[in-house]
Design a protein around this ligand. Structure first.
Ligand code: ADE
Ligand code: ZN
Length: 332
């Protein structure tokens, strides 16, 4: 089977996807018209053409501005539904989706607006496609820990719909240690824990996420290679890394996909997975990320299968569900 057929046909999970980062230029344009929001672009094409970033912050500035068109429950439904249709097309059978509540609450849009929209789309995808999905509530690390505590409290009516708590936004200068207490609280409440670390920030931030936040997964983590003892720890403990190749390229974490270290990390024995991060901003959904790796690196069909199996192992699915899908991949 060709690499393309393997990528297309194997069941996969996606574990690192910001729902606000799946807003297409077309939907942004439609919602801007609907709500009479003035965008700094003259057309859908101009929106897409603006997606050239020099670093994480230059992306985040556009991403937060783009989310400004999301105002009512239907908008959040449309956003989530469009992503879940894409999952169905790509044979993503399960996805663990991050959302940034503070991006919306700071604009006066509360949990009772976005959560029902998200949940309605997630139920429809489960009913119509059999696609399962979990939600990860992510705190914005450029805001204070107190603000994160307030957000955790505001989510109370929806705790049963949220599987994990995460940490994202501007990494440099906002280490995991800033959020130690709020993550301790979230952990004690039974949430799984993830955190972006080692995307632009140093290996030390990955250690902090492990030791202080007690993460179940690291989002990105590609800078782990700078610390040999960290590499050994990640391998011994099989701490999952949710790696996002096209994101790393678009945000200039690497200059060229040939420089991507995912294959080196995989061969070393780390539990690495492939993900799209913010697909409409970075030029590709999940399968495009697999394709981009295949074009740049000497990846085999077995590697693709291992990466897809890793995506189940690293997920928060029940063990028996993971094993069912892993067995399906082994049979391909
Ligand atoms: N929010 C959305 N995408 C992100 C990324 N790649 N890093 C940090 N925060 C984000
Ligand atoms: Zn991310």
């Amino acid at each position: 089977m060709s690499l393309s057929s393997i990528i297309k046909n194997i069941p996969k999970t996606e574990l690192h996807l910001h729902i606000e980062g799946s807003l297409t230029p077309e939907l942004m344009w439609r919602l801007a018209e609907k709500h009479s929001v003035t965008l700094p672009y003259a057309s859908v094409e101009e929106i897409a053409a603006a997606y050239n970033f020099k670093d994480l912050q230059s992306f985040l500035d556009l991403y937060y501005a783009g989310a400004g068109v999301l105002k009512d429950e239907d908008d959040f439904f449309s956003l989530m539904w469009a992503y879940l249709v894409k999952c169905h097309e790509e044979n993503i059978v399960h996805t663990e989706i991050m959302f940034d509540p503070q991006t919306h609450t700071e604009r006066g849009i509360g949990f009772d607006i976005f959560m029902p929209g998200f949940l309605r789309a997630m139920k429809k995808a489960q009913d119509e496609f059999g696609t399962s999905s979990y939600l990860i509530m992510s705190f914005l690390r450029h805001l204070s820990e107190e603000n994160a505590f307030e957000t955790l409290e505001a989510a109370a009516p929806y705790y049963a719909n949220i599987q994990a708590v995460g940490l994202d936004s501007s990494e440099l200068g906002h280490p995991p240690s800033k959020f130690e207490r709020v993550f301790k609280k979230a952990k004690s409440m039974g949430f799984k824990i993830v955190a972006h670390a080692g995307e632009e920030g140093p290996a030390e931030y990955i250690w902090e996420a492990i030791k202080l936040l007690e993460v179940d997964r690291i989002d990105h983590g590609v800078r782990c290679q700078e610390d040999e003892s960290l590499m050994r720890y990640l391998k011994d403990k099989q701490v999952p890394l949710t790696v996002c190749p096209l994101s790393n390229l678009k945000l200039c974490v690497i200059d060229n996909m040939k420089q991507h270290n995912i294959l080196t990390l995989l061969r070393y024995g780390l539990l690495v997975t492939v993900n799209s991060d913010d697909p409409t901003y970075f030029g590709g959904f999940l399968n495009d990320n697999y394709h981009a790796l295949c074009e740049a690196l000497p990846i085999t069909g077995e590697d693709i299968k291992t990466l897809a199996k890793n995506s189940f192992t690293a997920s928060f699915l029940p063990e028996e569900v993971k094993q069912t899908f892993i067995a399906q991949i082994d049979d391909i």
